[in-house]
Ligand binder design. Sequence first.
Ligand code: NSP
Length: 237
Amino acid sequence: MKFEGGNKMDIVKIKKFTDRLFENVQPIWEKNHNHPFVQELGKGQLDEEKFIHYMKQDYVYLIDYAKLFAVGVLKAQDLHTMGKFAQILDETLNVEMELHRQFAAEFGISREELEATKPTPVNLAYTRYMLNVAQNGSLAEVVACLLPCAWDYWEIGKLLRKQYGNQIETNRYGKWIETYDSETFGEGAKWLIRLMDELAEGKPERELAILEEHFQMTSKYEYLFWEMNYYKQEWPI
Ligand SMILES: Cc1ncc(CN)c(N)n1
């Protein structure tokens, strides 16, 4: 933690580790927020085939992502933290992935077909990066890896609601915005942010830099994920 504001009369603002993460990641997150996939989805103008590509890839992404919360349970040091990881794991499988199952049903895609989706190179690289840290890293490293996924989607949900909320009723992807702007999703993101700060507390700069490296890396993978779906990238061979 760092204290800002020198004057004795100033109210001292404590700078949290996640404030630093948030400030430094802005150039990447701005690219995510302005990505044509995100903006066209917000306006309800995204090409259906691009959305289907995303939904199928994201479904198998979430199967691996959910496992990180199971690793969180395993590495947690107290019952409260174990319970929160278990809760977010359950919400991922039964709330977030239910959104995908509902969209798939609307587009005539079966649950089996969703689940059988073969991950693209970007999808595989992203999940393998996180699962490797889950195997070999500390709990703080795992949280640093999985945080952009929760936090930036919450930011995107809030942003799209602000930008295009007046058209949400007629937007065919409106449910997507509602899910990521929801109380449930926001609470999960906020809890992970607080946990990141707790776990970073008292760590030397050398270790904080490693956590920030994971956070930046998975934020970049978020960008590649939008890009991959917008251009419907598959294996070239
Ligand atoms: C790729 C990706 N990143 C984040 C989220 C939000 N859990 C998601 N569904 N998919």
